[in-house]
Unconditional design. Structure first.
Ligand code: COA
Ligand code: MG
Length: 292
């Protein structure tokens, strides 16, 4: 998918100030949360507040995703029903997906909306391939806090305890051509820590990262955009390969490295990604970060 999902910002559905502020933030997508960021006695009011904001506020090019409560709670079904036909919503995010049947249940009340799955339980990790193959699924979101809680793992900067789960979900999403975004970085004032975790997720192949605070957006956008060096290398690889082909050769050599057809496919994807980001930022009147 060429649509950028570098930065995906959570906003509690109950926080009007934050719902307002999101119009001016350079997040590629927003998760409007009704689940864990909203206290139980605020759930019903938050649903109504959110429905109103999504009707009245123009969030521009940002993809609008609503995270509903689970169907094992008092609110999940009513959440799904409330946003199933809402014109201001692009997709519904289902929490704690353990198996494809959890998506079937939501699909039955979510109208035509594409579904996203929170991947955050041990069962979900083991069923990732089947979840990714669900016909209504568009994207996966890593829920690393819940996963760590379920595993009983400790926080480590290198995220070693989470690597099996992250890797399984990444493989599952890529096998089915789904979008997949990484989990949140809790210490929202720690910019260096965030940048390091963004770089790790990007290097693994995630499309982007979920965020909890506006201060995280710019760092994340820069990390998940192709760098100027990557764009330059992609251009030169394509040129070198074309030149080699014109001379009847199937491979080229650039900077002492082989360039084959598969590298050209990757290089074209890098350029397409950079173009999509530039188009989004011009369209939204944003300041370009890290693109061409
Ligand atoms: N989206 C949009 N705006 C946000 C925001 C968010 N996630 N988090 C904070 N803001 C806004 C605040 O409203 C405030 O706006 P203002 O200065 O114009 O009034 C500004 O950004 C600065 O906020 P700050 O005071 O630094 O943060 P805080 O202490 O009020 O809140 C959190 C910190 C972590 C509680 C808050 O960022 C938050 O609720 N994040 C989302 C949590 C969430 O959704 N979790 C569920 C998934 S993990
Ligand atoms: Mg969770």
């Amino acid at each position: 998918m060429t649509r950028p999902f570098r930065s995906v910002l959570y906003i509690p559905g109950s926080k009007e100030r934050a719902l307002e502020k999101a119009r001016d933030l350079a997040a590629d997508a927003i998760i409007f949360d009704l689940e864990d960021a909203v206290a139980p006695d605020e759930k019903v009011a938050a649903r109504a507040t959110l429905a109103r904001f999504l009707t009245e506020v123009d969030y521009g090019p940002r993809v609008r995703i609503v995270r509903i409560n689970g169907f094992d709670t008092d609110w999940g079904r009513a959440d799904a029903a409330a946003f199933a036909g809402h014109g201001g919503v692009d997709a519904i995010l289902v929490p704690k997906v353990n198996a494809p049947a959890d998506l079937d249940a939501v699909a039955a009340v979510a109208g035509e909306k594409p579904l996203w799955a929170m991947m955050e339980t041990a069962a979900g990790m083991l069923n990732a391939a089947a979840i990714a193959a669900h016909p209504r699924l568009q994207g996966m979101v890593m829920g690393t806090n819940d996963l760590a809680k379920e595993l009983g793992s400790r926080f480590r900067a290198d995220r070693l305890p989470l690597m099996t789960g992250l890797g399984l979900c990444l493989l599952a999403a890529k096998a089915e051509g789904r979008v997949i975004v990484d989990g949140v970085y809790n210490a929202f004032k720690d910019e260096a820590g965030l940048a390091a975790e963004c770089a790790q997720g990007r290097d693994m192949g995630f499309d982007g990262k979920t965020l909890i605070h506006p201060a995280q957006v710019e760092i994340c956008n820069a990390a998940f955009a192709p760098s100027a060096e990557e764009v330059d290398l992609a251009r030169r690889q394509i040129a070198a390969f074309n030149a080699a082909q014109a001379q009847g050769q199937g491979v080229a050599v650039l900077d002492g490295r082989i360039v084959e057809n598969l590298h050209v496919v990757t290089a074209q994807a890098v350029l397409a990604r950079a173009r999509a980001i530039a188009a989004l930022e011009i369209g939204a009147g944003r300041i370009a970060v890290g693109a061409e």
